[in-house]
Design a protein around this ligand. Structure first.
Ligand code: FNR
Length: 364
């Protein structure tokens, strides 16, 4: 039975995590990049958008189901890939996938999961899971991992393109994956090179990041897998169009939760121009970065997102109560979203249109 002091909102769960996780872990999860300008902007931009609710519409039955890449989900709220979840709770990614499964939604597993992609798949074989990939100079390593993801029945490859190298932040400068945890998808690399610590393996993996590639890498990726490809980290209509030209099936508008290039706009702010740029192509557009409330979900859908993804909220849920905590996060967002829909006069997702929001004028 929930007590009155239990955290209820995502912000309260973050506070709980800040009080209960060790500093190494909390700083790793919570920080943005440089001065955290974009991290803050992700929330401020949502707050600047105002809603235009309509009254006296029949909202007695709400339908919030959606399809993502053809897969039916109970709600348009999914989980973004975030690394090293076992620092937040010993069950890590296994807890997350079970919570996602119980809510009937989807998750993306990070390449840097602390549980292997096969073990996560075995825990929830029927849950919709996508696998996140980085671009490495070692293409054979990419092929090997993608083939494993295909075999384990992941439904899409989510290619992160905003990571030619990692963004910097004071709070992460001494970060090291604790020795009892693993880069679980890299055991073959670990075995072949016999690294003595996570720090050595981590440095090797970072050195593999390929910043020499251009958009033709998407053509290559599509040639080595039959899975749909979602491109994550798009912030301009120009890049969205290139992603479409190179065969992307989906675009995740994202600034990586403010962790890569500081000073870029909030993802919600650039979402409408990206939606506009790919309109009519059949490519699905999603967003993440800063979603913390049901009204945020409503605003994102009104501005053209097919679904939203959340990164840190799932981590805060894990830190609170493992699987039950992630479930609480997803339920909270779902219930807040349904309440917001009813109050705004929307019974189903197709009622959520751009006329529901007032946006402040943008600079261009
Ligand atoms: C991330 N993110 C991320 N993205 C990715 O493509 N691969 C990864 O391994 C990670 N790892 C990661 C770790 C942590 C601790 C965070 C906070 C984020 C980015 C993530 O997928 C997502 O874009 C953001 O987290 C979304 O922003 P919010 O919801 O955290 O505000």
């Amino acid at each position: 039975m929930a007590s009155i002091t239990d955290p209820v909102t995502i912000d309260e769960l973050e506070k709980y995590a800040s009080n209960h996780l060790d500093k190494n872990a909390f700083d790793y999860y919570s920080t943005g990049a440089e001065n955290d300008v974009t991290l803050r902007e992700n929330r401020l931009a949502f707050n600047r958008i105002k809603l235009r609710p309509r009254m006296l519409r029949d909202v007695s039955h709400q339908d919030i189901s959606v399809t993502v890449l053809g897969h039916k989900l109970n709600m348009p709220i999914c989980v973004s890939p975030s690394a090293f979840q076992a620092m937040a709770h010993p069950d890590g990614e296994l807890a997350t996938v079970k919570a996602v499964s119980s809510l009937g939604t989807a998750m993306v597993l990070s390449l840097y999961s602390t549980t292997s992609l096969e073990d996560v798949a075995l825990e929830a074989p029927n849950t919709i899971k996508f696998f996140q990939m980085q671009l490495y100079t070692d293409r054979q390593l990419m092929v090997t991992i993608i083939k494993r993801a295909e075999k384990a029945r992941y439904k899409a490859i989510l290619l992160t393109v905003d990571c030619p190298l990692y963004g910097r932040h004071q709070g992460r400068r001494r970060f090291e994956l604790p020795g009892h945890l693993k880069y679980a998808n890299f055991s073959s690399v670990q075995q072949s090179k016999q690294f003595k610590s996570n720090a050595e393996l981590g440095a090797h993996i970072i050195a593999l990041l390929d910043c020499s590639v251009d958009w033709t890498i998407l053509d290559w990726l599509r040639s080595i897998t039959s899975l749909p490809v979602v491109v994550k980290g798009i912030l301009t209509p120009e890049d969205a169009q290139l992603a479409v030209q190179h065969g992307a099936n989906g675009i995740l508008v994202s600034n990586h939760g403010g962790r890569q290039l500081d000073g870029v706009p909030a993802a919600i702010e650039v979402l409408p121009e990206i939606v506009n740029a790919v309109r009519g192509t059949g490519v699905e557009v999603y967003m993440d970065s800063g979603v913390r409330l049901g009204t945020d979900v409503l605003k994102a859908l009104a501005l053209g997102a097919r679904a939203v993804f959340v990164g840190r909220p799932a981590i805060w849920g894990l830190a609170y109560k493992g699987e039950q905590g992630v479930k609480a996060v997803l339920q909270t967002l779902r219930d807040e979203f349904k309440t917001a829909m009813v109050l705004a006069g929307c019974a189903s997702l197709k009622d959520i249109t751009s006329s529901l929001v007032m946006r402040p004028a943008t600079s261009h």
